[in-house]
Design a protein around this ligand. Structure first.
Ligand SMILES: [Zn+2]
Ligand SMILES: [Zn+2]
Ligand SMILES: [Zn+2]
Length: 359
């Protein structure tokens, strides 16, 4: 492991400037309260688990199963406790500043695998391709099913602090009539960047991650403050996809996976490319498991919403998967200022993840 210089600086996200992070690796910032690691239930089958094979009758009916209902490897059911409902109650109660949007939408649960306690990094590349293909298939179907749906959010929670209530490996899809605020911020800032530079900011970041080389000197002493090497932020590179550590990561071990070639919408990924996506995801999750194994995490897809509002963002927006491991509990400083603190530098974290030897 390389000797790291201590860093203390506020980094502004190149995509959404309001999402900044204070990188403070000096000892004084430690310790933050560590998030609890989860004792993982690694059993393949649990008789009482409603998501295990043979217990299909214990869940709401199957919406779709892959590759088939009898031989399912991924199975989708309605959420028993949906946060959004299918009913079309007209509740347009808007009063002054208090705007209400109907809680209309869809909420589905994907049982990721027939093996109860399998972790994402243990799933085969083929299975991950099938799982992400299932996400894509549902996304297409949901957008087609109702023109009021503006955004289909695919996400996974692992561990109780990350929101997972059932131990059997699963993810969720929520389709809403509104676009989430953080996606809107990304869309609008990347649109501005595009109109100024005539280039997608995500593509620019990928190019930079792959080719940029620079030395940053201290203004006063002339000492080298930071050397940015080729590939410093690259965690994993496939044929079609890349995993990078964002320069201004809000979560210490956050990693983003993006298509190398510009693509605005996750539904555009071809079936042939899903295998490479599965491979990059598996290898990235293996690296994270080796370095911070057992921590709770979320991942979610950010992709261009459907509908007219962001139809002009095809050139400027670039879909991506954000993986956000939770290693520490946010402090009052973070919640109060919305300035996240990272006690490990993103360069150091990237180095540690790259150094993992995979078989
Ligand atoms: Zn189970
Ligand atoms: Zn792009
Ligand atoms: Zn995003």
């Amino acid at each position: 492991m390389s000797e790291q210089k201590s860093v203390r600086e506020i980094r502004i996200s190149p995509i959404v400037p309001s999402e900044s992070v204070l990188v403070a690796t000096a000892r004084g910032m430690r310790p933050k309260k560590a998030e609890e690691k989860v004792q993982r239930d690694t059993r393949a089958h649990v008789d009482t688990c409603p998501f295990c094979k043979g217990n299909e009758a214990k869940t709401p009916p199957t919406i779709k199963a892959y590759p088939s209902e009898q031989e399912w490897k991924v199975r989708i059911v309605e959420n028993l406790f949906p946060v959004l409902g299918d009913d079309r109650a007209e509740s347009g109660l808007n009063f002054g500043l208090q705007q209400v949007i109907d809680g209309y939408g869809r909420h589905e649960v994907l049982i990721d695998h027939d093996s109860h306690g399998i972790a994402v990094h243990e799933m085969s590349v083929d299975h991950l391709a099938l799982l992400f293909g299932a996400y894509q298939d549902r996304m297409k179907t949901l957008y087609q099913s109702d023109e009021r749906l503006r955004y289909v959010l695919v996400f996974k929670n692992f561990g109780p602090a990350a929101g997972a209530s059932i131990p059997h490996t699963h993810s969720q899809i929520i389709a809403t009539p509104v676009v989430p605020e953080n996606v809107i911020n990304e869309l609008e800032h990347s649109r501005q960047y595009y109109s100024k530079h005539n280039q997608c900011v995500f593509c620019a970041l990928i190019d930079e991650a792959l080719t940029f080389e620079a030395t940053i000197y201290d203004k006063n002493s002339g000492e080298v403050r930071r050397k940015i090497d080729v590939g410093q932020y690259v965690i994993e590179r496939g044929e079609k996809f890349i995993a990078i550590k964002p320069f201004a990561s809000r979560y210490e071990w956050e990693v983003h996976i993006l298509p190398l070639e510009h693509q605005n919408d996750f539904v555009q990924v071809s079936e042939a490319d899903m295998a490479d996506l599965g491979r990059v995801i598996k290898r990235t999750m293996q690296r994270l498991d080796k370095v911070i194994g057992g921590v709770q995490y979320n991942y979610f897809l950010h992709t261009r919403p459907h509908g007219d509002q962001f139809a002009d963002c095809k050139q400027s927006y670039h879909w991506h998967l954000e993986i956000t491991p939770r290693t520490s509990i946010p402090t009052g400083f973070e919640l109060g200022s919305d300035l996240f603190v990272s006690t490990i530098s993103p360069e150091d974290a990237a180095q540690q993840l790259r150094d993992v030897i995979l078989d």
